[in-house]
Design a protein around this ligand. Structure first.
Ligand SMILES: [Zn+2]
Ligand SMILES: [Zn+2]
Length: 244
């Protein structure tokens, strides 16, 4: 079951592009950018260099800020309110996060609760070419994973989802990019083998885990084989993905 909402105030008239930049903001945070516009996901404002990220965002239109859940390493309420109000960016988030933003007086027009009404997902279209689908997933008291379809690219951010079996795998086949935290027991290996994303980004690693990953020691402790080759970015690093 899904529901479609058009929000013309946030319409962005644009067509497909050939290249999309995936920029790590640290932890599970990303900026996805076509060059002139960007979508921010789970910004981790405590990371060293956050102010330089803000400068990097200064010349981009922020189309949306997407939050998977309310844990401190994915959602810092005051920074999100400041960024959203300063840049007139829609905040797409689960109910509990939306409620906290409401209490901090975020402009209601920017507060876009996107709460699944079934075990499946809900679809919200923002303007002409950005569609965000929320998938109810498992972690803490309330958690959504999100499919972003924008400018010809399909990207999925799985937040801290502890159970990939809750996702509709077939709906996620052939993604251009998957951002995933490899929780033990989540079924992530089989999930990736089923959906075969063109690129998958290993996220939620701290600096020592990234170093272990560089020495090919991190994932072998979590799984008996690694599906495809992951991309692990350090905060501030960019990976360019292209249309085939
Ligand atoms: Zn969490
Ligand atoms: Zn987390």
């Amino acid at each position: 079951m899904c529901c479609r909402i058009e929000n013309s105030k946030h319409s962005v008239m644009s067509s497909s592009v050939e290249k999309m930049d995936i920029i790590s903001l640290g932890n599970a945070g990303f900026l996805v950018s076509d060059g002139s516009m960007g979508i921010v996901i789970d910004p981790y404002c405590a990371v060293p260099g956050w102010n330089s990220f803000l400068k990097r965002l200064a010349n981009k239109r922020i189309v949306a800020i997407v939050i998977t859940h309310g844990h401190w390493d994915h959602f810092e309420p005051r920074e999100v309110v400041a960024l959203a109000q300063d840049r007139n960016a829609l905040v797409v988030c689960p109910h509990q996060v939306s409620h906290r933003l409401f209490n901090l007086n975020l402009n209601p027009e920017l507060n876009a609760e996107l709460e699944p009404t079934s075990a499946d997902r809900i679809v919200r279209s923002i303007g002409v070419d950005l569609t965000i689908s929320a998938y109810r997933t498992e972690h803490g008291s309330e958690h959504n994973s999100y499919l972003l379809e924008w400018r010809g690219f399909r990207l999925f951010h799985d937040g801290d989802n502890e159970n990939t079996r809750l996702l509709d795998w077939d709906s996620l086949c052939g993604l251009d990019g998957l951002m995933l935290c490899p929780w033990q027991g989540s079924g992530w290996v089989e999930f990736i083998e089923h959906i075969r994303p063109r690129h998958w980004f290993l996220m939620h690693l701290d600096s020592s885990e990234l170093e272990a990953h560089d020495r090919e020691l991190f994932l072998p402790e979590l799984c008996d084989h690694i599906p495809q080759t992951p991309i692990a970015l350090r905060p501030g690093q960019t990976y360019e993905i292209y249309k085939v």
